[in-house]
Design a protein around this ligand. Structure first.
Ligand code: PEP
Length: 250
């Protein structure tokens, strides 16, 4: 089975629900490459409205941007994986660098989130990536391998089929600076090799997305690399025209 080509948008904490619906409608009505799988990671407050608009639309799915590591309990303000599953949400982002940085999410905690998400039938988009400091020390590959080992590689091959990996160098997120296609490919290949060691041929079916200032102007050359199976797109996913161009960049 060939790997899925995926254009995932991460709206972060942007747009009102109405603005989100408008953006979604524009994407639905736009000219989309039918081979591309589109995933929209929207704020929790928007999930059900956006889901509703996508009920009869193929290949556009909704993701939550986070879930708690426990299934229920006294965790005011949090959202659980069973809650997301009961709403029909298909994907959840785990390990975005903003959550690691601003909410102190460690590799060990992310492992718990991944387990609870998969147990509750959510597919996981696992984000990993290094800071500029780490890259300057040429320790970026080791750093990402550690993130994978400590959060993800305990999964079985069957579970890995429900995981998408997003390599997002922190120095490229929201900065306008993009990893070159070669820099991204180097890391994607290293990630795939780590997966292959444990999961053999299953590793060939895992989509690995690049994230970090993906825009219409650079998406084509990034997505042309052999181990880059699409993008996780922040800022540029807030504009239907631009994100539509990214969707059509494979
Ligand atoms: C992201 O939020 O995952 C991201 C990659 O953001 P941006 O595209 O804005 O750099």
């Amino acid at each position: 089975m060939p790997r899925k080509k995926i254009a995932a948008g991460n709206w972060k904490m942007n747009l009102s629900p109405n603005e989100g619906v408008k953006l979604t409608m524009n994407l639905i009505q736009g000219n989309r490459d039918p081979k591309t799988h589109v995933i929209l990671a929207v704020p929790a407050t928007h999930l059900s409205q956006i889901q509703d608009k996508l009920k009869y639309v193929s290949k556009i799915e909704v993701a939550a941007q986070n879930c708690h590591q426990k299934e229920s309990g006294a965790f005011t303000g949090e959202i659980s994986a069973p809650m997301l599953n009961s709403m029909g949400v298909k994907y959840v982002l785990v390990g975005h660098s903003e959550r690691r940085e601003y909410f102190g999410e460690s590799n060990a905690l992310l492992k718990e989130k991944i387990d609870i998400a998969l147990k509750n039938k959510l597919k996981v988009i696992f984000c990993c990536g290094e800071s500029l400091d780490i890259r300057k020390k040429k320790a970026h590959v080791k750093h990402v391998q550690k993130q994978l080992k400590e959060s993800l590689l305990h999964l079985t091959a069957a579970q890995m089929k429900d995981v998408v990996i997003a390599y997002e160098p922190i120095w490229a997120i929201g900065t306008g600076e993009t990893a070159s296609p070669q820099q991204a490919q180097e890391m994607h290949l290293a990630i795939r090799k780590s997966l292959k060691k444990k999961y053999k041929s299953t590793a060939d079916n895992v989509s690995i997305l690049y994230g970090g200032s993906v825009k219409p102007a650079n998406a084509k050359e990034l997505f042309a690399m052999p181990d880059i199976d699409g993008g996780l797109v922040g800022g540029a996913s807030l504009d239907a025209k631009g994100f539509g161009e990214i969707i059509n960049s494979f």
